[in-house]
Design a protein around this ligand. Structure first.
Ligand code: NAD
Length: 695
């Protein structure tokens, strides 16, 4: 079958699209649709048409295989214009998803109907774009400015049920029998047969005018998104395009939409967001564990009901998987169970799930203090204190009590997983699962393959994490794995910049303005300066730049551990405001700089951002050299999903590509010259990347 075919059913032309697997809108589909409309116009036997897709979904967006190629005509705006201009009414018949260009095509049709359970949306903004085939002009004409803003600027899809309520669709086919697609087809034919043909021209959205909203609506949205997505261009461009729909005639609005679309397409931001989109898809497919057969995981246990243990338990319960939560004593267990109950109560309060759902999920988590309860568990995740001896004791117990094929994972942040595996009789079943806090919300998990971890164990947990909706990145064993190891280089540069004269607030502001979710010193205060302090005490002194952490360490020693002790780099009392430098800390920095013989100077924002980013990029290069990460894209996923790196910059490695890899290499060589080669020795991966101009 051709990708677009017409079948005639009495007076109805049935336009069928078939481009497996998801009916992506390829150039063949675009030309096929234009030809189909021409044929229907010429065919006197038919007076109406339905547009329906085979397979599992309606058209769900552009064909990603064509992303890297020059777009072939006809372009989507020409297709939507041709459909809308048809004198015979076309009804879009939606099942599965109608997203992006798929919904723009549906909006160009004269009527839209959908199968219950389908989803409709314009997610282009998430790829740094806007709907560029009339979507920003037709949707406000159909639903009004406010509803269009909420769909286009958020990019979030709506259900067919909601779409019926809002008027986005004109009919909803309920799921009634074993064969809903056959039902939908019958429903569509019947719907089309009952149309009043004299209405067709009124159904063309381009001929309607969109009502101008209340004064100030657009500015409110601009302000909201300036805060919510700092520095991101696409949401602002979407708002501009929708404003054009309510202030200009359709043709001029379309011209404005095109102009805005072209300014986004090919921009660094859009490339960065697309890079992350593809990196996520590759991470899902490419797990680096060959064809190893995954074993099913039907029940899990978590050891330790602290911050991480409770969050991890909730992640599993939210996916319907029963969890046994083991603590050292009944009091600690009760505290953990209380924390889970209050988290679920907060989830209900925020409207994220119903009371019943929360109750069901909570009941899936059963507490215990008895290792004998773990005999039948498939996967255990340990999240106790970050001390090797404590973790080894736990693993000895697990090895004794768990069935031989159970997988034993540790949530350690830095420790050597080989040393943990070594105390068990099954090192092939031991691996790292490094979740991020709060674990029930954060999508990232680093999955760490130790020296003897089997591919079966890896593929079983990767499959399971997919079920949880997590973004998994595989990594090898080293101090801090991918993310925390790079973070230490970043913190090192922050420490050195302070010694050289940059104030804490200046560093935090510079990196916040660059797009980081928080400045590094505010983060350090939030997570507690004592954590890094203890970690460094357990580390060989040759492994880190001691000078860079002297300020951190002196603060801890004077009981300034961060937010939890009321002061760290900043003060957290009623009289101080966020990110306001504390004269005591500035004095301390000066004293240490003098002790270290560092001459202070004035440092500008550009140098702060550059040195911190180059530190991340260079460490990442060494991580690639050592095979700890499989690809530069994986490193970007870790940073954007786990460390508040701005998604519209695509991660540190994408940033390096955007700055120019040869330029980055030159800057790192220059830092090696001025700061010494110890930390600025350029990685082989960076040198190679600079040569071939890609990672
Ligand atoms: P936490 O102090 O909040 O919780 C640890 C829990 O483990 C406590 O409730 C304690 O009672 C329990 N525990 C201690 N020894 C035990 C034992 N022998 N048997 C059973 N339970 C025991 O710590 P956390 O922040 O949840 O960190 C746990 C682990 O996760 C650490 O290895 C940490 O490095 C890692 N981690 C933490 C974060 C974070 O942001 N907090 C992020 C990633 C990884």
């Amino acid at each position: 079958m051709a990708v677009v075919e017409i079948e005639i059913r009495a007076n109805v032309a049935v336009i069928q699209v078939d481009n497996p697997p998801v009916n992506a809108i390829s150039s063949q589909i675009r030309s096929g649709l234009v030809e189909a409309i021409e044929q229907i116009e010429d065919n006197n036997a038919v007076d109406r048409a339905i547009l329906i897709c085979r397979g599992r979904t309606f058209m769900a967006g552009a064909d990603v295989r064509e992303f890297s190629q020059q777009p072939q005509p006809p372009h989507l705006p020409e297709v939507t214009a041709a459909i809308e201009a048809s004198h015979k009414p076309v009804t879009a018949v939606i099942h599965g998803q109608s997203l992006g260009g798929g919904l723009e095509i549906a909006l160009a049709c004269h009527y839209r109907i959908a199968l219950a359970g389908s989803r409709l949306g314009l997610p282009e903004v998430k790829l740094g774009l806007l709907p560029g085939a009339g979507g920003t002009q037709r949707l406000p004409r159909l639903l009004g400015a406010e509803a269009a803003l909420s769909m286009i600027v958020s990019g979030d899809p709506v259900s067919a049920e909601k779409a019926l309520e809002s008027g986005l669709i004109d009919g909803l086919c309920q799921l009634s029998t074993e064969n809903p697609l056959a039902d939908l087809f019958e429903y569509a034919l019947d719907f089309a047969q009952h149309l009043d043909l004299s209405e067709t021209s009124h159904r063309r959205l381009s001929l309607r005018s969109a009502t101008a909203p209340n004064a100030g609506l657009y500015d409110q949205w601009r302000e909201r998104y300036t805060k919510r997505q700092r520095g991101v261009d696409a949401p602002q461009a979407c708002i501009d395009a929708i404003e054009a729909a309510t202030s200009l005639p359709f043709d001029q609005g379309i011209a404005r939409e095109r102009e805005l679309f072209l300014s986004l397409r090919g921009s660094d931001q859009s490339q960065a967001l697309q890079h992350l989109f593809f990196a996520e898809r590759r991470a899902l497919r490419n797990t680096g564990v060959g064809t190893a057969q995954a074993r099913p995981i039907n029940c899990v246990a978590i050891i330790g009901a602290g911050t991480m243990g409770t969050g991890i338990a909730m992640s599993f319960a939210n996916a319907g998987i029963p969890v046994t939560l083991l603590e050292i004593d009944p009091q600690a267990l009760a505290r953990g169970m209380d924390r889970i109950a209050s988290q679920y109560a907060a989830t209900v309060k925020r409207g994220k799930c119903s009371q019943d759902e929360a109750e069901q999920r909570r009941e899936l988590i059963q507490g215990t203090t008895d290792y004998a309860q773990l005999a039948r568990i498939d996967l255990v995740i340990e999240a106790v204190f970050e001390k090797l001896e404590v973790k080894q004791q736990v693993f000895e117990q697990l090895d004794r009590h768990c069935k031989p094929d159970a997988i034993l994972a540790t949530n350690t942040s830095y420790l050597d997983i080989n040393q943990i595996a070594a105390v068990t009789s099954r090192p092939q079943q031991v691996l790292g699962l490094h979740f991020f806090s709060p674990a029930n919300i954060m999508k990232l998990v680093e999955v760490i393959k130790a020296d003897r971890t089997s591919d079966v164990a890896m593929s079983s947990v990767l499959q399971q994490l997919k079920r949880l909706g997590k973004v998994s990145v595989t990594a090898g064993v080293c101090h801090g794995f991918i993310g925390n190891r790079m973070y230490q280089s970043y913190q090192r540069e922050v420490g050195l910049l302070m010694l050289e004269g940059a104030k804490p607030s200046q560093i935090d502001n510079a990196l916040y303005q660059f797009g980081m979710a928080m400045g590094p010193l505010a983060v350090a205060d939030l997570s507690g300066l004592d954590i890094g302090y203890l970690m460094r005490r357990s580390l060989d002194e040759s492994k880190y730049e001691q000078r860079a952490f002297l300020i951190h360490d002196r603060l801890v020693e004077s009981d300034r551990k961060g937010r939890k002790s009321g002061a760290g780099f900043y003060r957290y009392d009623a009289s101080s405001t966020a990110n306001q430098d504390d004269p005591e800390v500035l004095e301390l920095i000066k004293t240490i700089a003098t002790e270290q013989g560092v001459e202070q100077r004035s440092i500008d924002t550009e140098e702060i951002v550059q040195r911190c980013m180059l530190a991340l990029i260079n460490e990442a290069g060494h991580i690639l050299d050592e095979g700890i990460a499989a690809s530069a894209a994986d490193i970007d996923l870790v940073y954007c999903h786990g460390y508040g790196f701005p998604k519209h910059r695509g991660g540190p490695m994408q940033l390096a590509s955007c700055w120019g890899l040869a330029q980055v290499e030159k800057q790192i060589d220059e830092l090696a010259r001025t700061q010494g080669p110890r930390w600025w020795n350029a990685s082989k991966s960076l040198r190679d990347a600079a040569q071939k101009n890609s990672w």
